[in-house]
Ligand binder design. Sequence first.
Ligand code: E4P
Length: 282
Amino acid sequence: MKTKIFLDSGDPAETKQTLDLLGYLDGQTTNPSLIVKHPDAQARFQSGQKFSQQEILDFYKKVIQQISAIIPAGSVSVEVYADAQTTAQTMIEQAREMNQWIPNAWIKLPTTSEGLKAAHELSQEGMRLNLTLCFSQEQAAAVYAATKGAGKGDIFVSPFIGRLDDRGENGMDLIANIVKMYQAGDGHVEVLTASVRNQDHFLEALRLQTDIITAPLKAIQPWAEAGQKVPGNDYIYPKGALSSIPYQEISLDQDWSAYNIQHDLTDKGLEKFASDWNALIG
Ligand code: E4P
C-alpha cells in the first residue's frame, strides 16, 4: 500500500491502541485543539486549575515524547503556536525548540504568508515540516515553491477536507486536485489528507493514493476491522450534495510569494487553535 497511515490525536493512549489495532502506525499528527482534549489537560481544566505558558508547553513536550517513544520510527507532527499576529521569526524560534523535543518531529506551520516565510527558511536548514490549514490548490502550490530543494518526504502539506465539507464543498476534490498538480513536481512535498471525519473520507483518500492519511481512531477502526482493504477504482465516493471544487492549471514554478494564499478557513482555523490553547492558560 502506497499510503501511510497516521493517527490524528493528542493522546498517547490512542497511539498505543491504534498500533495494537493495525499492527503498525506510520505516524501521528497533533494540533493545539487535540492537545487541549488530552484527558489530563481536561481534568486539570475541569478542576478550575489553569496552566502557565511554560507549564502548557512542558505538558505538550511530555505528550510528544510519549508518542514518539511508542512509534520511534514514525513521524510525529508538533504544531507551533500561531495567531494572526505571530511573525515568521517567532514561529522559527518555536520550531527550532520543538524540533529538539524528539528525533522524529515534523514541525507544523500554518499556510499563511508568515508560516510560508518560516517554512522557506527552516526547510533550507533541513528541518522536516508539515504545512497545515491548507484549503486551496494555490496554497499547496505555494508550499511546494517555498520549500523547493527539501529532501523527498521532508515536507508535508495538510489539506483539511472535513472543514471544506462542513461548508458544502467537496473536500476530497481538493486532495485529487493537489495530487494531480504535484505530478508535475519533484515529489519533495507529500500530500497528507487531514480533517478526516469518517470512513468514506478514509477510503477515498486511499483510492486516490494520497501519500499520507491522518485520521482519528474512530475512522481508522472500521477500516482495520474490515481487513485494511485498499479500495479500487470501482469505489464510488458518496459526495452527496457537496459542490465540486474544479481543478485549476497552476504552475509550480513561480516564486512562492507570488501565489494567492489567502483563505478564510485558514484564518478561522488559526483563531480556533489559538483560542482553544489560550483557554487553558491563566
Ligand atoms: C491534522 O493534522 C489536523 O490538524 C486535523 O486533521 C484537523 O481536523 P479537524 O478539522 O477535524 O479539526
